[in-house]
Design a protein around this ligand. Sequence first.
Ligand code: ISL
Ligand code: CA
Length: 547
Amino acid sequence: MTQSPAPWWKAATGYQIYPRSFCDSNGDGIGDIPGIISKLDHLRDLGIGFIWLSPVYRSPMRDNGYDISDYYDIAHEFGTLDDFDRLVAEARARDIRIVMDLVINHCSSDHPWFKAACATTDCAEHDYFYWREAAPDGGPPDDQRSCFGGPAWVWVEDVGKYYFAMFGHQQPDLNWQNPALRREIYDMMNWWLDRGIGGFRMDVIELIGKDVDARHYYEGPDMHRYIQEMRQETFGSRDVLTVGESGAVTARNALEYSGRDRGELDMMHGFNHIHAAWDPDLGRFGPSRFDLVTHKRILADWQSALADDGWNSLFLSNHDLPRPVSYYGDEGRYRTRSAKMLAVAMYMMKGTPFLFQGEEIGMTNVVYERIDQFRDIETLGQYKDRSAAGVSDADFIAGANLHGRDNARTPMQWDATDAAGFSSGTPWIDVNPNYRDINVADDRQRPDGVFAFYRELIALRKTYATLRDGSFDLIEQDHPDVFAYVRALEGERLFVFANFSDEEVSIKTPAGLYAYAHTVLINTDTPVTVSDTITLAPYQAVVFGMD
Ligand code: ISL
Ligand code: CA
Protein backbone atom coordinates (compact mmCIF):
# COMPACT_ATOMS: atom_id res chain seq x y z
CA MET A 1 0.00 0.00 0.00
CA THR A 2 1.45 3.38 -0.90
CA GLN A 3 1.08 6.03 1.71
CA SER A 4 0.06 9.49 0.64
CA PRO A 5 2.29 12.22 2.09
CA ALA A 6 0.94 14.03 5.14
CA PRO A 7 -1.07 17.11 4.15
CA TRP A 8 0.78 20.42 4.43
CA TRP A 9 -1.42 21.69 7.23
CA LYS A 10 -0.27 19.01 9.67
CA ALA A 11 3.16 20.57 10.17
CA ALA A 12 2.06 24.16 9.50
CA THR A 13 1.22 26.79 12.10
CA GLY A 14 -1.68 29.15 11.48
CA TYR A 15 -1.94 32.81 12.43
CA GLN A 16 -5.27 34.58 12.71
CA ILE A 17 -5.56 38.16 11.53
CA TYR A 18 -8.45 40.36 12.64
CA PRO A 19 -8.07 42.85 9.77
CA ARG A 20 -9.71 45.80 11.45
CA SER A 21 -7.10 45.76 14.22
CA PHE A 22 -3.94 44.57 12.47
CA CYS A 23 -2.39 47.41 10.48
CA ASP A 24 -3.85 50.60 9.01
CA SER A 25 -2.09 51.73 5.82
CA ASN A 26 -3.97 54.96 5.09
CA GLY A 27 -4.57 56.64 8.43
CA ASP A 28 -8.37 56.25 8.62
CA GLY A 29 -7.94 54.37 11.91
CA ILE A 30 -9.07 51.03 10.44
CA GLY A 31 -6.74 48.17 9.61
CA ASP A 32 -6.79 47.11 5.94
CA ILE A 33 -5.41 44.66 3.38
CA PRO A 34 -2.49 46.84 2.21
CA GLY A 35 -1.58 47.08 5.89
CA ILE A 36 -1.53 43.28 6.14
CA ILE A 37 0.68 43.04 3.04
CA SER A 38 3.14 45.47 4.62
CA LYS A 39 3.55 43.10 7.58
CA LEU A 40 3.95 39.81 5.72
CA ASP A 41 7.68 39.73 6.37
CA HIS A 42 6.98 39.72 10.09
CA LEU A 43 4.84 36.61 9.60
CA ARG A 44 7.36 34.94 7.28
CA ASP A 45 10.03 35.46 9.95
CA LEU A 46 7.73 33.83 12.49
CA GLY A 47 7.51 30.80 10.20
CA ILE A 48 3.75 30.41 9.87
CA GLY A 49 2.24 28.39 7.02
CA PHE A 50 -1.13 30.07 6.68
CA ILE A 51 -3.18 33.05 7.73
CA TRP A 52 -6.77 32.66 8.87
CA LEU A 53 -8.18 35.96 7.75
CA SER A 54 -11.27 37.08 9.66
CA PRO A 55 -13.96 38.30 7.21
CA VAL A 56 -12.95 40.94 4.67
CA TYR A 57 -16.13 40.81 2.56
CA ARG A 58 -18.40 43.80 1.96
CA SER A 59 -20.25 44.45 5.21
CA PRO A 60 -21.97 47.18 7.23
CA MET A 61 -19.60 46.03 10.04
CA ARG A 62 -22.15 45.78 12.82
CA ASP A 63 -20.29 42.62 13.85
CA ASN A 64 -17.03 43.63 12.14
CA GLY A 65 -17.55 41.59 9.02
CA TYR A 66 -19.40 38.59 10.48
CA ASP A 67 -22.39 40.25 8.82
CA ILE A 68 -21.82 40.05 5.07
CA SER A 69 -23.75 42.15 2.56
CA ASP A 70 -21.81 41.05 -0.55
CA TYR A 71 -19.88 37.77 -0.63
CA TYR A 72 -18.22 38.72 -3.94
CA ASP A 73 -16.48 41.90 -2.90
CA ILE A 74 -14.11 43.34 -0.31
CA ALA A 75 -15.25 45.83 2.33
CA HIS A 76 -14.32 49.29 1.05
CA GLU A 77 -12.49 50.16 4.28
CA PHE A 78 -10.31 47.07 3.86
CA GLY A 79 -9.42 47.60 0.19
CA THR A 80 -10.31 46.11 -3.17
CA LEU A 81 -10.34 42.73 -4.87
CA ASP A 82 -7.03 43.72 -6.46
CA ASP A 83 -5.58 44.25 -2.99
CA PHE A 84 -6.89 40.85 -2.02
CA ASP A 85 -5.32 39.13 -5.03
CA ARG A 86 -2.07 40.88 -4.24
CA LEU A 87 -2.28 39.60 -0.66
CA VAL A 88 -2.73 36.01 -1.88
CA ALA A 89 0.24 36.34 -4.25
CA GLU A 90 2.54 38.16 -1.81
CA ALA A 91 1.72 35.64 0.91
CA ARG A 92 2.30 32.73 -1.47
CA ALA A 93 5.71 34.18 -2.34
CA ARG A 94 6.52 33.74 1.36
CA ASP A 95 5.05 30.22 1.58
CA ILE A 96 1.97 31.44 3.38
CA ARG A 97 -1.58 30.53 2.32
CA ILE A 98 -4.68 32.60 2.93
CA VAL A 99 -7.55 30.80 4.64
CA MET A 100 -10.79 32.77 4.32
CA ASP A 101 -13.46 33.06 6.97
CA LEU A 102 -16.72 31.64 5.65
CA VAL A 103 -19.77 33.13 7.35
CA ILE A 104 -22.75 31.26 5.95
CA ASN A 105 -25.05 30.58 8.86
CA HIS A 106 -26.31 34.14 8.46
CA CYS A 107 -25.75 37.20 6.31
CA SER A 108 -26.32 40.90 6.89
CA SER A 109 -29.81 42.37 6.75
CA ASP A 110 -28.25 44.71 4.15
CA HIS A 111 -27.67 41.77 1.79
CA PRO A 112 -29.81 42.00 -1.38
CA TRP A 113 -31.23 38.54 -0.54
CA PHE A 114 -32.72 39.84 2.67
CA LYS A 115 -33.95 43.06 1.11
CA ALA A 116 -35.71 41.07 -1.61
CA ALA A 117 -37.08 38.68 1.00
CA CYS A 118 -38.65 41.58 2.90
CA ALA A 119 -39.95 43.35 -0.19
CA THR A 120 -42.15 40.47 -1.37
CA THR A 121 -42.97 36.95 -0.19
CA ASP A 122 -43.19 36.04 -3.84
CA CYS A 123 -39.49 35.91 -4.70
CA ALA A 124 -37.04 33.00 -4.52
CA GLU A 125 -35.02 34.79 -1.84
CA HIS A 126 -37.91 34.96 0.60
CA ASP A 127 -37.36 31.32 1.47
CA TYR A 128 -33.61 31.88 2.01
CA PHE A 129 -34.57 32.90 5.57
CA TYR A 130 -36.66 31.44 8.40
CA TRP A 131 -40.04 33.21 8.53
CA ARG A 132 -42.68 32.23 11.08
CA GLU A 133 -46.12 33.46 12.12
CA ALA A 134 -46.56 35.33 15.38
CA ALA A 135 -47.78 33.40 18.42
CA PRO A 136 -51.54 33.82 19.13
CA ASP A 137 -50.78 36.79 21.41
CA GLY A 138 -48.81 38.51 18.62
CA GLY A 139 -45.47 37.79 20.29
CA PRO A 140 -42.58 35.77 18.82
CA PRO A 141 -43.07 32.07 18.00
CA ASP A 142 -41.00 31.06 21.04
CA ASP A 143 -38.80 32.59 23.71
CA GLN A 144 -35.38 31.81 22.18
CA ARG A 145 -32.81 34.53 23.03
CA SER A 146 -30.16 35.70 20.58
CA CYS A 147 -26.45 35.52 21.43
CA PHE A 148 -26.06 39.28 21.28
CA GLY A 149 -29.03 40.13 23.50
CA GLY A 150 -32.80 40.33 22.96
CA PRO A 151 -35.10 37.76 21.34
CA ALA A 152 -33.91 35.62 18.42
CA TRP A 153 -37.16 36.32 16.52
CA VAL A 154 -37.53 39.72 14.85
CA TRP A 155 -40.80 41.14 13.56
CA VAL A 156 -41.05 42.64 10.06
CA GLU A 157 -44.18 44.73 9.71
CA ASP A 158 -44.30 44.65 5.89
CA VAL A 159 -44.08 40.87 5.83
CA GLY A 160 -46.33 40.32 8.84
CA LYS A 161 -43.99 37.62 10.14
CA TYR A 162 -40.96 37.07 12.33
CA TYR A 163 -37.52 36.02 11.03
CA PHE A 164 -34.91 34.09 12.99
CA ALA A 165 -31.54 35.63 13.96
CA MET A 166 -29.29 33.72 16.38
CA PHE A 167 -26.73 36.54 16.68
CA GLY A 168 -27.54 40.24 16.06
CA HIS A 169 -30.96 41.29 14.77
CA GLN A 170 -29.23 42.50 11.65
CA GLN A 171 -27.69 39.05 11.06
CA PRO A 172 -30.66 37.02 9.77
CA ASP A 173 -30.03 33.24 9.70
CA LEU A 174 -29.94 31.62 6.26
CA ASN A 175 -32.33 28.75 5.59
CA TRP A 176 -30.06 25.90 4.53
CA GLN A 177 -33.08 23.72 3.76
CA ASN A 178 -33.48 25.74 0.57
CA PRO A 179 -31.48 24.07 -2.27
CA ALA A 180 -31.14 27.29 -4.30
CA LEU A 181 -29.54 29.01 -1.29
CA ARG A 182 -27.08 26.14 -0.91
CA ARG A 183 -26.23 26.39 -4.62
CA GLU A 184 -25.57 30.15 -4.24
CA ILE A 185 -23.16 29.43 -1.38
CA TYR A 186 -21.28 26.66 -3.18
CA ASP A 187 -20.86 28.83 -6.28
CA MET A 188 -19.49 31.62 -4.13
CA MET A 189 -17.04 29.27 -2.39
CA ASN A 190 -15.76 28.01 -5.74
CA TRP A 191 -15.30 31.57 -6.93
CA TRP A 192 -12.94 32.22 -3.98
CA LEU A 193 -11.18 28.87 -4.34
CA ASP A 194 -10.51 29.74 -7.98
CA ARG A 195 -8.75 32.90 -6.78
CA GLY A 196 -6.15 30.67 -5.14
CA ILE A 197 -7.08 30.76 -1.47
CA GLY A 198 -5.74 28.12 0.93
CA GLY A 199 -9.03 27.05 2.49
CA PHE A 200 -11.87 28.07 4.76
CA ARG A 201 -12.52 28.57 8.44
CA MET A 202 -16.25 28.03 8.78
CA ASP A 203 -18.07 30.27 11.21
CA VAL A 204 -20.55 28.53 13.56
CA ILE A 205 -20.81 25.54 11.23
CA GLU A 206 -22.79 23.63 13.87
CA LEU A 207 -25.75 25.93 13.21
CA ILE A 208 -26.40 24.99 9.58
CA GLY A 209 -29.04 22.28 9.20
CA LYS A 210 -30.99 23.42 12.26
CA ASP A 211 -34.68 22.74 12.83
CA VAL A 212 -36.06 26.01 14.22
CA ASP A 213 -39.52 24.56 14.88
CA ALA A 214 -38.16 21.75 17.02
CA ARG A 215 -35.78 24.31 18.55
CA HIS A 216 -32.92 22.02 17.58
CA TYR A 217 -30.30 24.61 16.62
CA TYR A 218 -26.86 23.15 17.34
CA GLU A 219 -25.77 20.10 15.34
CA GLY A 220 -29.23 19.95 13.84
CA PRO A 221 -30.66 17.03 11.86
CA ASP A 222 -29.25 18.05 8.45
CA MET A 223 -25.87 19.47 9.43
CA HIS A 224 -23.63 16.54 8.45
CA ARG A 225 -25.50 16.01 5.19
CA TYR A 226 -24.93 19.66 4.24
CA ILE A 227 -21.25 19.61 5.16
CA GLN A 228 -20.78 16.48 3.02
CA GLU A 229 -22.63 18.05 0.13
CA MET A 230 -20.60 21.23 0.47
CA ARG A 231 -17.36 19.29 0.31
CA GLN A 232 -18.46 17.44 -2.82
CA GLU A 233 -19.58 20.62 -4.52
CA THR A 234 -16.59 22.77 -3.58
CA PHE A 235 -13.28 21.95 -1.90
CA GLY A 236 -13.36 18.13 -2.09
CA SER A 237 -10.90 17.91 -4.94
CA ARG A 238 -8.63 20.76 -3.87
CA ASP A 239 -5.55 20.83 -1.67
CA VAL A 240 -6.90 23.24 0.95
CA LEU A 241 -7.41 23.36 4.71
CA THR A 242 -10.93 23.33 6.16
CA VAL A 243 -11.65 24.01 9.81
CA GLY A 244 -15.14 24.25 11.23
CA GLU A 245 -15.92 26.41 14.22
CA SER A 246 -18.38 24.81 16.62
CA GLY A 247 -19.44 25.70 20.12
CA ALA A 248 -21.18 22.31 20.31
CA VAL A 249 -18.64 19.71 19.16
CA THR A 250 -17.09 17.52 21.87
CA ALA A 251 -14.32 14.92 21.94
CA ARG A 252 -17.09 12.31 21.74
CA ASN A 253 -18.39 13.36 18.34
CA ALA A 254 -15.38 15.18 16.86
CA LEU A 255 -14.64 12.30 14.48
CA GLU A 256 -18.06 12.75 12.89
CA TYR A 257 -16.66 15.95 11.40
CA SER A 258 -13.05 15.07 10.64
CA GLY A 259 -12.88 11.26 10.42
CA ARG A 260 -11.30 10.11 7.16
CA ASP A 261 -14.41 8.26 6.00
CA ARG A 262 -16.80 11.10 6.69
CA GLY A 263 -16.04 13.27 3.68
CA GLU A 264 -16.41 16.45 5.72
CA LEU A 265 -13.71 18.69 7.21
CA ASP A 266 -10.04 18.48 8.13
CA MET A 267 -10.44 19.66 11.72
CA MET A 268 -12.63 21.61 14.12
CA HIS A 269 -12.23 24.55 16.43
CA GLY A 270 -13.96 23.11 19.49
CA PHE A 271 -14.51 25.13 22.66
CA ASN A 272 -14.82 22.56 25.46
CA HIS A 273 -11.55 23.72 27.04
CA ILE A 274 -12.66 27.35 26.81
CA HIS A 275 -16.25 26.88 28.00
CA ALA A 276 -15.19 24.86 31.05
CA ALA A 277 -13.91 28.12 32.56
CA TRP A 278 -17.17 29.99 31.83
CA ASP A 279 -19.94 30.50 34.35
CA PRO A 280 -22.87 28.15 33.57
CA ASP A 281 -25.40 31.01 33.74
CA LEU A 282 -23.48 34.16 32.93
CA GLY A 283 -21.25 32.65 30.24
CA ARG A 284 -18.12 34.59 29.40
CA PHE A 285 -19.27 37.60 31.43
CA GLY A 286 -19.31 35.69 34.69
CA PRO A 287 -16.25 35.04 36.88
CA SER A 288 -13.63 32.68 35.43
CA ARG A 289 -13.70 29.13 36.78
CA PHE A 290 -10.43 28.08 35.17
CA ASP A 291 -9.18 24.87 36.69
CA LEU A 292 -6.04 23.25 35.28
CA VAL A 293 -7.09 19.69 36.08
CA THR A 294 -10.31 20.08 34.08
CA HIS A 295 -8.46 21.87 31.30
CA LYS A 296 -5.93 19.02 30.97
CA ARG A 297 -8.63 16.36 31.05
CA ILE A 298 -10.57 18.02 28.25
CA LEU A 299 -7.54 18.51 26.04
CA ALA A 300 -6.36 14.94 26.70
CA ASP A 301 -9.82 13.63 25.77
CA TRP A 302 -9.54 15.39 22.41
CA GLN A 303 -6.01 14.11 21.91
CA SER A 304 -7.05 10.51 22.47
CA ALA A 305 -10.30 10.79 20.49
CA LEU A 306 -8.31 11.92 17.45
CA ALA A 307 -5.19 9.83 18.04
CA ASP A 308 -5.51 7.69 14.90
CA ASP A 309 -8.06 9.45 12.76
CA GLY A 310 -9.24 13.03 12.32
CA TRP A 311 -7.07 15.93 13.44
CA ASN A 312 -6.90 18.49 16.25
CA SER A 313 -6.62 22.24 16.14
CA LEU A 314 -4.73 23.82 19.03
CA PHE A 315 -5.63 27.27 20.31
CA LEU A 316 -6.09 29.36 23.43
CA SER A 317 -7.28 32.57 21.85
CA ASN A 318 -9.05 34.15 18.92
CA HIS A 319 -10.92 37.39 18.19
CA ASP A 320 -13.73 36.38 20.57
CA LEU A 321 -11.58 35.53 23.57
CA PRO A 322 -9.49 37.32 26.19
CA ARG A 323 -5.69 37.35 25.94
CA PRO A 324 -4.12 34.07 27.18
CA VAL A 325 -1.40 35.67 29.34
CA SER A 326 -4.06 37.64 31.20
CA TYR A 327 -6.50 34.74 31.49
CA TYR A 328 -4.27 31.71 32.13
CA GLY A 329 -0.89 33.22 32.89
CA ASP A 330 0.48 36.34 34.56
CA GLU A 331 0.26 39.68 32.80
CA GLY A 332 2.58 41.38 35.30
CA ARG A 333 5.95 40.22 36.52
CA TYR A 334 5.89 36.86 34.72
CA ARG A 335 4.31 38.04 31.48
CA THR A 336 7.09 36.93 29.13
CA ARG A 337 7.69 33.71 30.94
CA SER A 338 4.03 32.75 31.21
CA ALA A 339 3.48 33.59 27.53
CA LYS A 340 6.22 31.09 26.64
CA MET A 341 4.92 28.51 29.08
CA LEU A 342 1.42 28.68 27.59
CA ALA A 343 2.88 28.24 24.12
CA VAL A 344 4.77 25.12 25.19
CA ALA A 345 1.81 23.55 27.00
CA MET A 346 -0.59 24.12 24.09
CA TYR A 347 1.47 23.80 20.96
CA MET A 348 3.58 20.74 21.78
CA MET A 349 0.41 18.66 21.59
CA LYS A 350 -0.72 16.90 18.42
CA GLY A 351 -2.63 19.13 16.03
CA THR A 352 -2.37 22.34 14.06
CA PRO A 353 -1.67 25.46 16.16
CA PHE A 354 -3.66 28.63 15.53
CA LEU A 355 -2.01 31.74 17.01
CA PHE A 356 -3.98 34.94 17.26
CA GLN A 357 -2.35 38.25 16.32
CA GLY A 358 -0.37 39.65 19.22
CA GLU A 359 0.03 36.28 20.91
CA GLU A 360 3.55 36.12 19.43
CA ILE A 361 4.57 39.08 21.60
CA GLY A 362 2.44 38.24 24.63
CA MET A 363 -0.15 41.04 24.29
CA THR A 364 -2.47 41.41 27.29
CA ASN A 365 -6.08 42.29 28.07
CA VAL A 366 -6.99 45.98 28.10
CA VAL A 367 -8.58 47.88 30.98
CA TYR A 368 -11.38 50.17 29.81
CA GLU A 369 -13.02 52.52 32.27
CA ARG A 370 -16.18 53.60 30.48
CA ILE A 371 -18.82 51.72 28.56
CA ASP A 372 -18.32 54.07 25.59
CA GLN A 373 -14.84 52.63 25.06
CA PHE A 374 -16.26 49.22 24.15
CA ARG A 375 -17.06 48.51 20.50
CA ASP A 376 -18.13 44.87 20.45
CA ILE A 377 -21.77 44.19 19.51
CA GLU A 378 -21.93 41.27 21.95
CA THR A 379 -20.55 43.29 24.88
CA LEU A 380 -22.91 46.19 24.18
CA GLY A 381 -25.91 43.87 23.70
CA GLN A 382 -25.18 42.04 26.94
CA TYR A 383 -24.72 45.40 28.66
CA LYS A 384 -28.30 46.30 27.79
CA ASP A 385 -29.64 42.97 29.04
CA ARG A 386 -27.56 42.99 32.23
CA SER A 387 -28.28 46.63 33.08
CA ALA A 388 -31.98 45.90 32.72
CA ALA A 389 -31.46 43.01 35.14
CA GLY A 390 -29.94 45.41 37.69
CA VAL A 391 -26.20 44.82 37.19
CA SER A 392 -24.19 48.01 37.92
CA ASP A 393 -21.98 49.62 35.27
CA ALA A 394 -18.88 49.05 37.40
CA ASP A 395 -19.60 45.32 37.76
CA PHE A 396 -20.39 44.89 34.10
CA ILE A 397 -17.24 46.73 33.01
CA ALA A 398 -15.10 44.63 35.36
CA GLY A 399 -16.48 41.45 33.74
CA ALA A 400 -16.07 42.78 30.21
CA ASN A 401 -12.46 43.76 30.94
CA LEU A 402 -11.69 40.22 32.01
CA HIS A 403 -13.55 38.24 29.39
CA GLY A 404 -15.00 40.52 26.71
CA ARG A 405 -14.21 40.20 23.02
CA ASP A 406 -12.69 43.68 22.73
CA ASN A 407 -9.60 42.42 24.60
CA ALA A 408 -8.58 40.64 21.41
CA ARG A 409 -9.50 43.57 19.21
CA THR A 410 -7.35 46.40 20.52
CA PRO A 411 -4.88 47.46 17.81
CA MET A 412 -1.84 45.30 17.16
CA GLN A 413 1.12 46.82 19.01
CA TRP A 414 3.86 47.29 16.43
CA ASP A 415 6.09 49.88 18.12
CA ALA A 416 6.23 52.57 20.82
CA THR A 417 5.09 55.48 18.63
CA ASP A 418 1.60 57.00 18.93
CA ALA A 419 -1.24 54.52 18.39
CA ALA A 420 1.32 51.71 18.74
CA GLY A 421 2.41 52.09 15.12
CA PHE A 422 -0.97 50.66 14.09
CA SER A 423 -2.24 53.85 12.48
CA SER A 424 -1.17 57.41 11.78
CA GLY A 425 -4.74 58.47 12.62
CA THR A 426 -7.15 57.77 15.46
CA PRO A 427 -7.76 54.01 15.87
CA TRP A 428 -11.40 52.81 15.71
CA ILE A 429 -10.91 51.31 19.19
CA ASP A 430 -8.58 52.57 21.93
CA VAL A 431 -5.10 51.08 21.98
CA ASN A 432 -3.94 49.26 25.07
CA PRO A 433 -1.85 51.87 26.94
CA ASN A 434 0.84 49.27 27.64
CA TYR A 435 2.01 49.47 24.00
CA ARG A 436 5.06 51.52 24.98
CA ASP A 437 6.43 48.47 26.78
CA ILE A 438 4.84 45.64 24.84
CA ASN A 439 5.32 45.90 21.09
CA VAL A 440 6.76 44.02 18.13
CA ALA A 441 9.76 46.30 17.62
CA ASP A 442 10.90 45.88 21.19
CA ASP A 443 10.16 42.18 21.56
CA ARG A 444 11.78 41.18 18.27
CA GLN A 445 15.12 42.60 19.20
CA ARG A 446 15.32 40.53 22.38
CA PRO A 447 16.96 37.13 22.02
CA ASP A 448 14.87 35.96 24.99
CA GLY A 449 11.68 37.64 23.72
CA VAL A 450 8.34 35.96 23.11
CA PHE A 451 8.67 36.30 19.33
CA ALA A 452 12.07 34.56 19.22
CA PHE A 453 10.60 31.79 21.33
CA TYR A 454 7.60 31.28 19.07
CA ARG A 455 9.84 31.26 16.02
CA GLU A 456 11.85 28.44 17.55
CA LEU A 457 8.74 26.48 18.50
CA ILE A 458 7.19 26.82 15.05
CA ALA A 459 10.43 25.64 13.44
CA LEU A 460 10.54 22.61 15.75
CA ARG A 461 7.08 21.57 14.66
CA LYS A 462 8.31 21.42 11.08
CA THR A 463 11.47 19.50 11.98
CA TYR A 464 10.32 16.74 14.31
CA ALA A 465 7.92 14.05 13.15
CA THR A 466 7.34 13.20 16.81
CA LEU A 467 5.69 16.58 17.29
CA ARG A 468 3.48 16.06 14.27
CA ASP A 469 2.58 12.39 14.55
CA GLY A 470 3.65 11.18 17.99
CA SER A 471 1.24 9.73 20.53
CA PHE A 472 0.16 11.80 23.53
CA ASP A 473 -0.07 10.78 27.18
CA LEU A 474 -0.68 12.92 30.23
CA ILE A 475 1.61 12.65 33.24
CA GLU A 476 0.44 13.78 36.68
CA GLN A 477 -3.19 14.07 35.55
CA ASP A 478 -4.38 15.38 38.91
CA HIS A 479 -1.63 17.87 39.62
CA PRO A 480 -3.35 21.25 40.09
CA ASP A 481 -0.47 23.39 38.76
CA VAL A 482 1.58 21.33 36.33
CA PHE A 483 0.62 20.39 32.79
CA ALA A 484 2.90 17.52 31.76
CA TYR A 485 2.79 14.99 28.96
CA VAL A 486 4.85 12.63 26.81
CA ARG A 487 4.85 12.51 23.03
CA ALA A 488 6.28 9.34 21.49
CA LEU A 489 7.03 8.05 18.02
CA GLU A 490 9.06 4.98 17.14
CA GLY A 491 11.16 5.00 20.28
CA GLU A 492 11.65 8.74 20.27
CA ARG A 493 10.29 10.46 23.35
CA LEU A 494 9.51 14.03 24.22
CA PHE A 495 8.66 15.07 27.81
CA VAL A 496 6.80 18.35 28.26
CA PHE A 497 6.45 20.14 31.62
CA ALA A 498 4.67 23.45 32.19
CA ASN A 499 4.14 25.17 35.52
CA PHE A 500 0.88 27.17 35.53
CA SER A 501 1.53 28.75 38.94
CA ASP A 502 3.55 31.65 40.28
CA GLU A 503 5.27 29.38 42.75
CA GLU A 504 8.04 26.83 42.50
CA VAL A 505 6.68 23.28 42.20
CA SER A 506 8.29 19.85 42.35
CA ILE A 507 6.95 16.66 40.82
CA LYS A 508 8.13 13.09 40.84
CA THR A 509 10.40 12.33 37.88
CA PRO A 510 8.65 9.98 35.44
CA ALA A 511 10.69 6.80 34.97
CA GLY A 512 11.21 7.17 31.24
CA LEU A 513 12.72 10.62 31.61
CA TYR A 514 16.14 9.59 32.93
CA ALA A 515 17.37 8.55 29.51
CA TYR A 516 16.66 12.05 28.24
CA ALA A 517 17.79 14.04 31.28
CA HIS A 518 20.61 15.67 29.32
CA THR A 519 18.75 16.45 26.13
CA VAL A 520 16.89 19.64 26.86
CA LEU A 521 15.01 20.76 23.79
CA ILE A 522 13.36 23.83 25.30
CA ASN A 523 13.78 25.64 28.58
CA THR A 524 12.25 29.01 29.44
CA ASP A 525 14.26 29.57 32.61
CA THR A 526 17.12 28.27 34.78
CA PRO A 527 18.45 24.72 34.19
CA VAL A 528 16.33 21.93 35.67
CA THR A 529 18.15 19.15 37.52
CA VAL A 530 16.74 15.69 37.11
CA SER A 531 16.89 13.64 40.33
CA ASP A 532 14.03 11.78 42.04
CA THR A 533 12.05 14.93 41.48
CA ILE A 534 12.19 17.82 39.09
CA THR A 535 11.55 21.35 40.24
CA LEU A 536 10.08 24.07 38.07
CA ALA A 537 10.36 27.80 38.74
CA PRO A 538 7.18 29.96 38.55
CA TYR A 539 5.65 29.61 35.08
CA GLN A 540 8.65 27.69 33.84
CA ALA A 541 8.31 25.28 30.92
CA VAL A 542 10.87 22.68 29.96
CA VAL A 543 10.91 20.02 27.27
CA PHE A 544 13.28 17.02 27.36
CA GLY A 545 13.94 14.66 24.52
CA MET A 546 15.74 14.25 21.20
CA ASP A 547 18.63 16.61 20.68
O1 ISL B 1 -18.42 29.48 22.04
C1 ISL B 1 -19.26 30.28 21.82
C2 ISL B 1 -20.67 30.07 22.14
O2 ISL B 1 -20.93 28.77 22.51
C3 ISL B 1 -18.94 31.50 21.17
O3 ISL B 1 -17.66 32.00 21.41
C4 ISL B 1 -19.15 31.24 19.70
O4 ISL B 1 -18.04 30.54 19.20
C5 ISL B 1 -19.28 32.49 18.98
O5 ISL B 1 -20.28 33.28 19.49
C6 ISL B 1 -19.50 32.26 17.51
O6 ISL B 1 -18.65 33.16 16.98
C7 ISL B 1 -18.58 33.38 15.62
O7 ISL B 1 -19.80 33.81 15.06
C8 ISL B 1 -20.28 35.08 15.48
C9 ISL B 1 -19.21 36.17 15.44
O8 ISL B 1 -19.68 37.32 16.10
C10 ISL B 1 -17.92 35.71 16.08
O9 ISL B 1 -16.96 36.72 15.99
C11 ISL B 1 -17.52 34.45 15.37
O10 ISL B 1 -16.27 33.96 15.79
C12 ISL B 1 -21.39 35.44 14.53
O11 ISL B 1 -20.92 35.37 13.21
CA1 CA C 1 -7.20 51.93 6.79
